[in-house]
Design a protein around this ligand. Structure first.
Ligand SMILES: NC(=O)c1ccc[n+]([C@@H]2O[C@H](COP(=O)([O-])OP(=O)(O)OC[C@H]3O[C@@H](n4cnc5c(N)ncnc54)[C@H](OP(=O)(O)O)[C@@H]3O)[C@@H](O)[C@H]2O)c1
Length: 434
């Protein structure tokens, strides 16, 4: 068998210890797949006294990155630390030291991909990052290899297991947002500080990476319009159900006539579609290509072993030399692909769900529809339940589903509706996927 492929792990937390487990417990399987042994030579951590999820061989654990960078028997570094400070420096130094890099760090690639990839190219090294999006789902390989003959025309993904777990719990059990979030934290799905998950940032970072692979566009997460689920209310989940929809936090990309629309938002998805059926902490991505048509990828989007599965797949690709060959030709993060521009949010066409809290009196519906009509919004359906209370001046929810319209027109209409004296609270609205 060919010479061993030496690996240095940076980080031995949730994902790092999963990777170490696979390398130490499945050497035969991995060597057979890679055509050479994968050898774990060093593991860099912050605190060497911390108990680990895996029994590391003596002498492997260190706090000194230099021991990895200076070891000629290490060909590849797996960065499983996270964040964009220490990890960024470590990755840049590893590339400069002539190591290939495998990473699960979506924040690093989404924010500093251009720098990381340019450094890799300068030093003739490769970067692989299957685990950065969709955990154990091989979506990067699907887009860059399996679907390479296609122009991707759309992509819709449930990319954050925490948010999907919360929305599923709220929808199926009628639980309050805070209660399901606490349950997600108890089960280890949500971080102690879940802000980046629930405000959509994590999903936007993953969408930025997918947009690079699928459409060749350079886009930072901050350029993607992003709405999370932190203000999700039971009322909207119930109305969505009544109308035949389920609410999902989606990352969406649509390519039309050379213009690419990207956004992250809770979206009403028809209840019988595959994405609507994705429950709990699972992820799924629906990708449409011009030759292949519809494809769907589903699986665990996070967690120790699913994420380790993706990291080790990249390590095997590096050991074979396949990742290096594809990296050279892919030109990722190397500049915007000619012909594709980003479509501003106000020009995106969509249907919308709109919930108003209105005074329960005659003439209200006419006032609301007049404002909508002024902004060219046509109504597809209306739900207003009979008020249980006969007292004049009470408020009732009024739910409107629109036909397809420009987002800019719709938002201007909502601003107008919210100024009506009969509307008693800021309106709530979400896009509808059909
Ligand atoms: N967890 C998941 O399910 C998941 C899924 C997909 C992608 N990811 C990504 O995978 C990466 C790792 O996530 P994780 O959940 O495994 O994180 P984690 O459990 O917090 O582990 C982080 C590891 O990095 C080490 N570390 C932190 N700062 C360091 C420093 N300055 N020097 C040396 N080592 C340092 C820590 O050392 P100590 O142990 O000594 O503190 C720890 O072993 C992140 O980029 C994350 O976004 C995670």
């Amino acid at each position: 068998m060919a010479e061993p492929f030496g690996i240095g792990l940076l980080g031995c937390g949730t994902v790092g210890s999963g990777v170490a487990k696979l390398l130490l417990e499945q050497p035969g399987r991995l060597a057979a797949r890679a055509g050479r042994p994968l050898v774990l030579r060093r593991v860099v951590v912050r605190d060497p006294r911390k108990p680990r999820d895996v029994a590391l061989p003596p002498g492997v654990l260190t706090t000194d990155l230099g021991e990895v960078l200076g070891d000629p028997a290490i060909q590849c570094v797996a960065e499983l630390v996270g964040g964009t400070t220490w990890a960024r420096q470590a990755v840049l130094q590893a590339l400069a030291a002539g190591k290939h890099v495998v990473t699960a760090n979506k924040a690093l690639l989404a924010e500093h991909g251009a720098e990381v990839f340019a450094t890799a190219r300068r030093h003739g090294r490769a970067v692989a990052f299957e685990a950065s999006v969709g955990g154990g789902i091989p979506i990067i390989a699907a887009l860059s290899q399996g679907l390479a003959a296609n122009q991707i025309t759309s992509l819709q993904g449930i990319l954050n297991g925490t948010c999907n777990f919360i929305l599923t719990g709220m929808t199926e059990n009628g639980s309050a947002y805070a209660d399901v979030l606490a349950e997600a934290q108890r089960r280890g799905y949500a971080e102690a500080d879940p802000t980046l998950d629930v405000n959509g940032t994590d999903t936007a970072q993953k969408l930025a990476i997918l947009a690079h692979i699928a459409f060749g566009v350079d886009v930072l997460p901050s350029a993607i319009e992003c709405r999370g689920i932190a203000d999700m209310q039971q009322a909207d989940l119930r109305f969505a159900q009544e109308l035949g929809y389920t609410v999902k936090l989606l990352a969406e990309a649509w390519l039309r006539d050379g213009q690419l629309a990207l956004h992250v938002s809770p979206v009403l998805v028809r209840r019988l579609t595959p994405l609507a059926q994705v429950r709990g902490a699972y992820n799924a991505i629906h990708v449409v290509g011009d030759a292949v048509g519809d494809t769907l990828y589903y699986g665990r989007g996070a967690g120790q072993m699913p994420t380790a599965s993706a990291v080790v797949a990249d390590l095997i690709d590096m050991a074979i030399g396949r990742a290096q060959r594809s990296f050279q030709t892919s030109r990722l993060w190397a500049g915007q692909e000619a012909g594709i521009t980003l479509l501003p949010a106000h020009s995106v066409r969509s249907r919308f769900y709109l919930r108003l809290l209105v005074v329960d009196q005659p003439g209200v519906m006419a006032e609301v529809t007049r404002v909508l009509a002024q902004h060219h919004i046509s109504i597809a359906s209306v739900v207003q339940h009979e008020s249980l209370d006969e007292h004049e001046g009470d408020t009732v929810p009024l739910v409107i589903m629109t036909h397809t319209t420009l987002t800019g027109h719709f938002r201007a209409a909502v601003a107008g509706v919210d100024r009506l004296p009969c509307v008693m609270a800021p309106s709530v609205y979400y896009p509808v996927a059909d």
